[in-house]
Ligand binder design. Structure first.
Ligand code: FAD
Length: 292
């Protein structure tokens, strides 16, 4: 199913993200975690492409399993910045052949060792270049893109960031998923600004449950997200007790999601980090709200 049909509805939706294994030998454990999350029958599941050290070669296999074996709508991520045109064309062909209808078109992070002196020779500079390729491929993909309530770390300011976001949407991006954030007011403010800029596509709110203290620094480094005092206090108090931290992190994420739903943000995507127990707990915390 094309995700745009789901995301446009007024009904509340909860979806989950998984990432491919970091090493070949972990494929079976990732497959098992994916299956457990899929059994929750989320609105859809996304599969990252190489993010967080995962190997990109399994993205499609996992995305195909989600759709074909577990009957859940799937969203395959694809990045472009460090790829050749040939690789991207092959990937698009494989996505098409796998019958995957939804693609998250991303630039990807620029690898630290990438030679930046010949940027004029790069074929892909931004996600918009990949969106154009996907549109030109002839397949009728439903295309998503990333957005940043706290601005992308490389952007000079929010106005510039939103200007490029609008270009991305105008090029064919049909929905946006946000970077993680821990303060809902940042999202509400961002939504106001993008709507004012004429961006009307559905925005899926990305929520990362922080279930152990070690995740905090990494999450801030990756996303540049602001940690509200309420969240910092929780980590200070419970960070050294793994079980308590997990419970508190899940409660914090649940609370964020309830507030989002209450404020008419109808689609929430949980960065569930291949943890079925976390996904299950969050979904069961929301069971009556979601009618599940
Ligand atoms: P872009 O949209 O290209 O934006 C990057 C920067 O360039 C921004 O500052 C933007 O304002 C600017 N910009 C955009 N267009 C132009 C233009 N035409 N001219 C000048 N400047 C421009 N990474 C992975 O490797 N794999 C994943 O699976 C993955 N999934 C993600 C999912 C979500 C929901 C999010 C939020 C991020 C994800 N990432 C993933 C990380 C992402 O690849 C990085 O954040 C990357 O640095 C930017 O990707 P983008 O698609 O947002 O880039």
């Amino acid at each position: 199913m094309k995700l745009i049909n789901l995301l446009k509805q007024d009904t509340l939706s909860l979806s989950f993200e998984v990432f491919p294994p970091k090493v070949d030998s972990s494929f079976e454990s990732v497959k098992a975690a994916t299956e457990e999350i899929a059994r929750l029958k989320p609105a859809f599941m996304s599969v990252t492409y190489g993010a967080g050290g995962g190997t990109s070669k399994y993205t499609l296999d996992i995305a195909k399993n989600i759709k074909d074996l577990y009957g859940v709508s799937t969203l395959a991520h694809l990045t472009c910045v460090s790829s050749t045109r040939k690789t991207v064309h092959e990937k698009i062909k494989e996505i098409k052949e796998a019958g995957i209808e939804n693609v998250m078109a991303l630039r990807g992070d620029i690898p630290e060792d990438m030679d930046l002196s010949h940027q004029e020779t790069w074929h892909y500079h931004h996600a918009i270049d990949l969106i154009r390729e996907l549109k030109e491929s002839g397949a009728d993909f439903c295309i998503g893109g990333a957005c940043y309530p706290e601005i992308h770390p490389e952007s000079a300011n929010q106005k510039e960031d939103i200007k490029h976001l609008k270009e991305k949407v105008d090029a064919g991006c049909q929905f946006l998923t946000t970077q993680m954030f821990f303060d809902n007011n940042l999202l509400y403010n961002f939504l106001y600004k993008i709507r004012e800029a004429g961006i009307t596509v559905p925005v899926v709110a990305g929520i990362m449950p922080i279930t152990n203290a070690n995740q905090v620094d990494r999450a801030i480094k990756l996303s540049g997200s602001h940690m509200p005092q309420r969240f910092k206090s929780l980590v200070d108090k419970f960070g050294s007790d793994p079980a308590a931290m997990k419970q508190a992190g899940i409660a914090y994420a649940t609370d964020q999601i309830i507030d989002l739903f209450a404020n008419n943000v109808t689609n929430v995507h949980v960065y569930s980090m291949n943890k079925p127990d976390v996904a299950e707990k969050i979904q069961s915390n929301l069971s009556d709200i979601l009618g599940k």
